[in-house]
Design a protein around this ligand. Sequence first.
Ligand code: ATP
Ligand code: FE2
Length: 320
Amino acid sequence: MISLGIESTAHTFGIGIVNEKKQVLANVRNSYSNPQGGMIPNELAEHHISVFKQVFKEALARASIKAKDIDIISFSQGPGIGHALRVGAVFARSLALLLDKPLIGVNHCIAHLEIGKMLTEAKDPVLLYVSGANTQIIAFESGKYRIFGETLDMGLGNFLDTFAREAGIGFPGGPVIDKLAQKGSNYIELPYVIKGMDISLGGILTNLKSKLNKYPLEDLCYSLQETVFSMILEATERAMAHTGKNELLLGGGVACNRRLQEMARIMAEERNAKCYVLPNEFNVDNGAMIAWLGLVNYKKGNQLTIEESKIKPYWRTDEV
Ligand code: ATP
Ligand code: FE2
Protein backbone atom coordinates (compact mmCIF):
# COMPACT_ATOMS: atom_id res chain seq x y z
CA MET A 1 0.00 0.00 0.00
CA ILE A 2 1.32 3.42 -0.99
CA SER A 3 0.39 6.64 0.81
CA LEU A 4 0.95 10.13 -0.55
CA GLY A 5 1.07 12.88 2.08
CA ILE A 6 0.65 16.62 1.57
CA GLU A 7 2.15 19.04 4.09
CA SER A 8 1.17 22.71 4.06
CA THR A 9 0.71 23.97 7.62
CA ALA A 10 3.09 26.90 7.32
CA HIS A 11 6.00 27.98 5.12
CA THR A 12 6.73 24.55 3.63
CA PHE A 13 4.80 22.84 0.88
CA GLY A 14 5.85 19.20 0.83
CA ILE A 15 4.79 15.90 -0.69
CA GLY A 16 6.00 12.59 0.70
CA ILE A 17 5.36 9.05 -0.48
CA VAL A 18 5.76 6.08 1.87
CA ASN A 19 4.78 2.43 1.85
CA GLU A 20 3.71 -0.09 4.48
CA LYS A 21 7.26 -1.42 4.78
CA LYS A 22 8.23 1.90 6.41
CA GLN A 23 10.12 2.97 3.32
CA VAL A 24 10.21 6.63 2.37
CA LEU A 25 9.99 6.57 -1.42
CA ALA A 26 10.00 10.35 -1.81
CA ASN A 27 10.10 13.43 0.41
CA VAL A 28 10.09 16.58 -1.69
CA ARG A 29 9.53 20.09 -0.41
CA ASN A 30 9.69 23.70 -1.40
CA SER A 31 9.68 26.39 1.29
CA TYR A 32 8.69 30.03 1.22
CA SER A 33 11.30 32.48 2.38
CA ASN A 34 11.31 36.22 2.83
CA PRO A 35 14.50 38.30 3.07
CA GLN A 36 12.55 41.04 4.92
CA GLY A 37 11.56 38.53 7.61
CA GLY A 38 8.23 36.99 8.58
CA MET A 39 5.50 35.07 6.79
CA ILE A 40 2.72 36.84 4.92
CA PRO A 41 -0.34 34.54 4.74
CA ASN A 42 -1.45 35.52 1.21
CA GLU A 43 2.08 35.08 -0.07
CA LEU A 44 2.31 31.68 1.57
CA ALA A 45 -0.83 30.50 -0.22
CA GLU A 46 0.45 31.84 -3.55
CA HIS A 47 3.80 30.14 -2.97
CA HIS A 48 2.20 26.76 -2.25
CA ILE A 49 -0.08 26.99 -5.29
CA SER A 50 2.81 27.93 -7.55
CA VAL A 51 5.04 24.99 -6.50
CA PHE A 52 2.42 22.23 -6.30
CA LYS A 53 2.87 20.93 -9.84
CA GLN A 54 6.67 20.75 -9.63
CA VAL A 55 6.70 19.16 -6.14
CA PHE A 56 4.04 16.59 -7.15
CA LYS A 57 5.86 15.63 -10.36
CA GLU A 58 9.20 15.36 -8.60
CA ALA A 59 7.75 13.20 -5.80
CA LEU A 60 6.26 10.74 -8.29
CA ALA A 61 9.53 10.64 -10.25
CA ARG A 62 11.66 10.05 -7.12
CA ALA A 63 9.33 7.24 -6.01
CA SER A 64 9.26 5.84 -9.56
CA ILE A 65 5.49 5.52 -9.51
CA LYS A 66 2.54 6.88 -11.46
CA ALA A 67 -0.38 8.72 -9.87
CA LYS A 68 -2.58 5.64 -10.35
CA ASP A 69 -0.24 3.62 -8.08
CA ILE A 70 -1.15 5.75 -5.04
CA ASP A 71 -3.54 3.98 -2.67
CA ILE A 72 -4.40 6.74 -0.21
CA ILE A 73 -4.17 10.53 -0.07
CA SER A 74 -3.21 12.05 3.29
CA PHE A 75 -2.94 15.72 4.21
CA SER A 76 -2.15 17.95 7.19
CA GLN A 77 -5.59 18.98 8.40
CA GLY A 78 -4.15 21.17 11.20
CA PRO A 79 -2.95 22.93 13.21
CA GLY A 80 -1.46 25.70 11.11
CA ILE A 81 -2.01 28.90 9.19
CA GLY A 82 -5.42 28.83 7.49
CA HIS A 83 -4.25 30.27 4.16
CA ALA A 84 -1.54 27.63 3.85
CA LEU A 85 -3.57 24.68 5.16
CA ARG A 86 -6.37 25.39 2.73
CA VAL A 87 -4.09 25.03 -0.30
CA GLY A 88 -2.91 21.58 0.79
CA ALA A 89 -6.46 20.49 1.61
CA VAL A 90 -7.74 21.56 -1.81
CA PHE A 91 -5.02 19.61 -3.59
CA ALA A 92 -5.64 16.56 -1.38
CA ARG A 93 -9.39 16.60 -2.01
CA SER A 94 -8.87 17.08 -5.75
CA LEU A 95 -6.42 14.18 -5.96
CA ALA A 96 -8.67 11.91 -3.89
CA LEU A 97 -11.63 12.69 -6.14
CA LEU A 98 -9.71 12.43 -9.42
CA LEU A 99 -7.94 9.19 -8.47
CA ASP A 100 -10.97 7.87 -6.54
CA LYS A 101 -8.86 7.09 -3.45
CA PRO A 102 -9.47 7.39 0.33
CA LEU A 103 -8.79 10.80 1.88
CA ILE A 104 -7.13 10.92 5.31
CA GLY A 105 -6.65 14.07 7.43
CA VAL A 106 -3.85 13.96 9.99
CA ASN A 107 -2.73 16.05 12.94
CA HIS A 108 0.59 17.64 12.04
CA CYS A 109 2.08 17.59 15.58
CA ILE A 110 1.39 13.89 16.02
CA ALA A 111 2.93 13.23 12.60
CA HIS A 112 6.23 14.59 13.99
CA LEU A 113 6.04 11.99 16.78
CA GLU A 114 5.01 9.04 14.61
CA ILE A 115 7.65 9.60 11.90
CA GLY A 116 10.25 9.51 14.70
CA LYS A 117 8.95 6.13 15.85
CA MET A 118 8.93 4.91 12.27
CA LEU A 119 12.51 5.97 11.54
CA THR A 120 14.18 5.02 14.83
CA GLU A 121 14.03 2.27 17.42
CA ALA A 122 12.06 4.52 19.77
CA LYS A 123 8.95 2.72 20.98
CA ASP A 124 7.24 5.17 23.30
CA PRO A 125 9.20 8.42 23.40
CA VAL A 126 8.59 11.80 24.88
CA LEU A 127 8.67 14.16 21.90
CA LEU A 128 10.11 17.63 22.25
CA TYR A 129 8.43 19.27 19.27
CA VAL A 130 9.96 22.67 18.60
CA SER A 131 9.03 24.42 15.36
CA GLY A 132 8.04 27.90 14.26
CA ALA A 133 4.51 27.99 15.59
CA ASN A 134 4.64 25.02 17.94
CA THR A 135 6.53 24.22 21.10
CA GLN A 136 5.08 21.21 22.87
CA ILE A 137 6.25 18.28 24.95
CA ILE A 138 4.10 15.39 23.74
CA ALA A 139 3.76 11.77 24.82
CA PHE A 140 1.22 8.99 24.52
CA GLU A 141 -0.12 8.25 27.97
CA SER A 142 -3.20 6.42 29.28
CA GLY A 143 -4.71 5.86 25.84
CA LYS A 144 -4.19 9.27 24.24
CA TYR A 145 -1.65 11.81 23.13
CA ARG A 146 -1.10 14.40 25.80
CA ILE A 147 0.76 17.69 26.07
CA PHE A 148 2.97 17.75 29.16
CA GLY A 149 4.31 21.24 28.68
CA GLU A 150 4.18 23.95 26.06
CA THR A 151 4.83 27.58 25.32
CA LEU A 152 2.34 30.01 26.79
CA ASP A 153 2.85 32.54 24.00
CA MET A 154 4.95 32.02 20.87
CA GLY A 155 6.70 28.98 19.45
CA LEU A 156 10.45 28.74 19.85
CA GLY A 157 11.02 29.11 16.08
CA ASN A 158 8.81 32.19 15.88
CA PHE A 159 10.75 33.63 18.80
CA LEU A 160 14.04 33.06 16.94
CA ASP A 161 12.59 34.39 13.68
CA THR A 162 11.20 37.51 15.35
CA PHE A 163 14.50 38.26 17.03
CA ALA A 164 16.23 37.69 13.68
CA ARG A 165 13.87 40.14 11.98
CA GLU A 166 14.60 42.78 14.64
CA ALA A 167 18.32 42.13 14.19
CA GLY A 168 17.95 42.37 10.40
CA ILE A 169 19.23 38.90 9.59
CA GLY A 170 16.26 37.62 7.51
CA PHE A 171 13.77 34.75 7.61
CA PRO A 172 14.06 32.00 8.69
CA GLY A 173 16.29 33.25 11.49
CA GLY A 174 16.92 29.99 13.39
CA PRO A 175 19.75 28.70 11.17
CA VAL A 176 21.52 32.11 11.16
CA ILE A 177 21.25 32.44 14.95
CA ASP A 178 22.60 28.87 15.22
CA LYS A 179 25.73 29.90 13.27
CA LEU A 180 26.22 33.23 15.04
CA ALA A 181 25.81 31.57 18.45
CA GLN A 182 28.76 29.30 17.69
CA LYS A 183 30.94 32.42 17.53
CA GLY A 184 29.62 33.84 20.81
CA SER A 185 31.13 33.05 24.18
CA ASN A 186 30.08 35.70 26.71
CA TYR A 187 26.87 34.88 28.49
CA ILE A 188 24.63 37.91 28.82
CA GLU A 189 22.04 37.48 31.52
CA LEU A 190 18.45 37.08 30.30
CA PRO A 191 15.16 36.31 32.08
CA TYR A 192 14.56 32.59 32.60
CA VAL A 193 10.81 32.06 32.38
CA ILE A 194 9.37 28.69 33.25
CA LYS A 195 5.94 28.43 34.85
CA GLY A 196 5.14 24.96 36.08
CA MET A 197 5.67 22.81 33.00
CA ASP A 198 5.25 25.68 30.54
CA ILE A 199 7.60 28.30 29.18
CA SER A 200 7.00 31.87 28.06
CA LEU A 201 9.15 33.69 25.52
CA GLY A 202 7.56 37.13 25.00
CA GLY A 203 9.34 38.81 27.91
CA ILE A 204 12.71 37.42 26.87
CA LEU A 205 12.14 38.75 23.36
CA THR A 206 11.40 42.25 24.69
CA ASN A 207 14.50 42.06 26.87
CA LEU A 208 16.62 40.96 23.91
CA LYS A 209 15.31 43.76 21.70
CA SER A 210 16.44 46.29 24.30
CA LYS A 211 19.93 44.74 24.21
CA LEU A 212 20.32 44.88 20.40
CA ASN A 213 23.21 47.12 19.32
CA LYS A 214 24.45 47.27 22.91
CA TYR A 215 26.11 43.85 22.88
CA PRO A 216 27.75 41.83 20.10
CA LEU A 217 25.07 39.93 18.12
CA GLU A 218 27.08 36.70 18.45
CA ASP A 219 26.93 36.91 22.26
CA LEU A 220 23.21 37.68 22.23
CA CYS A 221 22.57 34.68 19.97
CA TYR A 222 24.71 32.46 22.20
CA SER A 223 22.97 33.67 25.36
CA LEU A 224 19.47 33.37 24.03
CA GLN A 225 20.08 29.81 22.85
CA GLU A 226 21.59 28.75 26.19
CA THR A 227 18.66 30.30 28.06
CA VAL A 228 15.65 29.15 26.07
CA PHE A 229 17.01 25.68 25.34
CA SER A 230 17.68 25.18 29.08
CA MET A 231 14.12 26.25 29.86
CA ILE A 232 12.45 23.86 27.44
CA LEU A 233 14.75 20.98 28.34
CA GLU A 234 14.07 21.52 32.04
CA ALA A 235 10.34 21.03 31.36
CA THR A 236 11.09 18.07 29.07
CA GLU A 237 13.17 16.38 31.74
CA ARG A 238 10.35 16.74 34.21
CA ALA A 239 7.91 15.25 31.69
CA MET A 240 10.24 12.26 31.33
CA ALA A 241 10.48 11.85 35.09
CA HIS A 242 6.71 12.18 35.50
CA THR A 243 5.80 9.65 32.78
CA GLY A 244 8.70 7.32 33.56
CA LYS A 245 9.62 7.21 29.89
CA ASN A 246 13.25 6.68 28.96
CA GLU A 247 13.26 7.75 25.32
CA LEU A 248 13.54 11.33 24.13
CA LEU A 249 12.78 12.28 20.54
CA LEU A 250 13.42 15.69 18.99
CA GLY A 251 11.23 17.05 16.21
CA GLY A 252 10.37 20.31 14.43
CA GLY A 253 12.60 22.75 12.58
CA VAL A 254 14.36 24.03 15.72
CA ALA A 255 15.46 20.42 16.38
CA CYS A 256 17.98 20.98 13.55
CA ASN A 257 19.91 23.16 16.01
CA ARG A 258 23.21 21.54 17.00
CA ARG A 259 23.35 23.08 20.46
CA LEU A 260 19.79 21.97 21.28
CA GLN A 261 20.69 18.45 20.13
CA GLU A 262 23.81 18.48 22.27
CA MET A 263 21.99 19.70 25.38
CA ALA A 264 19.18 17.15 24.84
CA ARG A 265 21.72 14.33 24.55
CA ILE A 266 23.43 15.39 27.78
CA MET A 267 20.12 15.56 29.64
CA ALA A 268 19.05 12.12 28.36
CA GLU A 269 22.40 10.51 29.15
CA GLU A 270 22.35 11.85 32.69
CA ARG A 271 19.07 10.04 33.30
CA ASN A 272 20.07 6.86 31.46
CA ALA A 273 17.61 7.59 28.70
CA LYS A 274 18.09 7.42 24.94
CA CYS A 275 17.96 10.53 22.78
CA TYR A 276 16.84 10.17 19.17
CA VAL A 277 17.66 12.89 16.65
CA LEU A 278 16.30 12.57 13.11
CA PRO A 279 17.98 13.67 9.88
CA ASN A 280 17.05 17.31 9.25
CA GLU A 281 14.70 16.51 6.36
CA PHE A 282 12.39 14.80 8.90
CA ASN A 283 12.76 17.48 11.58
CA VAL A 284 11.44 20.26 9.40
CA ASP A 285 7.91 20.10 8.06
CA ASN A 286 7.74 17.34 5.48
CA GLY A 287 5.26 15.30 3.49
CA ALA A 288 6.69 11.88 4.44
CA MET A 289 5.50 12.19 8.05
CA ILE A 290 2.01 13.11 6.83
CA ALA A 291 1.99 10.15 4.42
CA TRP A 292 3.09 7.81 7.23
CA LEU A 293 0.53 8.97 9.81
CA GLY A 294 -2.09 8.84 7.04
CA LEU A 295 -1.27 5.19 6.49
CA VAL A 296 -1.48 4.44 10.22
CA ASN A 297 -4.83 6.27 10.45
CA TYR A 298 -6.21 4.52 7.38
CA LYS A 299 -5.52 1.13 8.99
CA LYS A 300 -7.56 2.32 11.99
CA GLY A 301 -10.42 3.22 9.66
CA ASN A 302 -10.11 6.99 9.99
CA GLN A 303 -11.18 8.01 6.49
CA LEU A 304 -12.76 11.39 5.70
CA THR A 305 -15.56 12.37 3.35
CA ILE A 306 -15.03 15.62 1.44
CA GLU A 307 -17.55 17.28 3.80
CA GLU A 308 -15.52 16.18 6.82
CA SER A 309 -12.22 17.36 5.40
CA LYS A 310 -12.40 21.01 6.56
CA ILE A 311 -9.10 22.34 7.82
CA LYS A 312 -8.61 22.69 11.60
CA PRO A 313 -6.17 25.59 12.17
CA TYR A 314 -6.41 25.30 15.99
CA TRP A 315 -6.50 21.49 16.29
CA ARG A 316 -4.88 20.51 19.60
CA THR A 317 -2.68 17.45 20.01
CA ASP A 318 -4.71 16.37 23.02
CA GLU A 319 -7.99 16.52 21.06
CA VAL A 320 -6.95 13.71 18.72
P1 ATP B 1 5.00 24.18 12.16
O1 ATP B 1 3.74 24.16 11.38
O2 ATP B 1 5.37 22.82 12.62
O3 ATP B 1 5.03 25.19 13.24
P2 ATP B 1 7.15 25.58 10.71
O4 ATP B 1 6.70 26.33 9.55
O5 ATP B 1 7.59 26.32 11.87
O6 ATP B 1 6.11 24.50 11.09
P3 ATP B 1 9.52 23.88 10.62
O7 ATP B 1 10.21 23.55 9.35
O8 ATP B 1 9.19 22.76 11.52
O9 ATP B 1 8.29 24.69 10.14
O10 ATP B 1 10.39 24.88 11.49
C1 ATP B 1 10.84 26.11 11.01
C2 ATP B 1 11.50 26.83 12.16
O11 ATP B 1 12.72 26.15 12.49
C3 ATP B 1 11.86 28.24 11.84
O12 ATP B 1 11.40 29.06 12.88
C4 ATP B 1 13.38 28.23 11.77
O13 ATP B 1 13.96 29.44 12.19
C5 ATP B 1 13.72 27.09 12.71
N1 ATP B 1 15.04 26.49 12.45
C6 ATP B 1 15.48 25.87 11.34
N2 ATP B 1 16.77 25.50 11.46
C7 ATP B 1 17.16 25.88 12.69
C8 ATP B 1 18.37 25.80 13.44
N3 ATP B 1 19.45 25.25 12.94
N4 ATP B 1 18.38 26.32 14.68
C9 ATP B 1 17.29 26.88 15.22
N5 ATP B 1 16.12 26.99 14.57
C10 ATP B 1 16.05 26.51 13.33
FE1 FE2 C 1 5.90 21.03 12.12
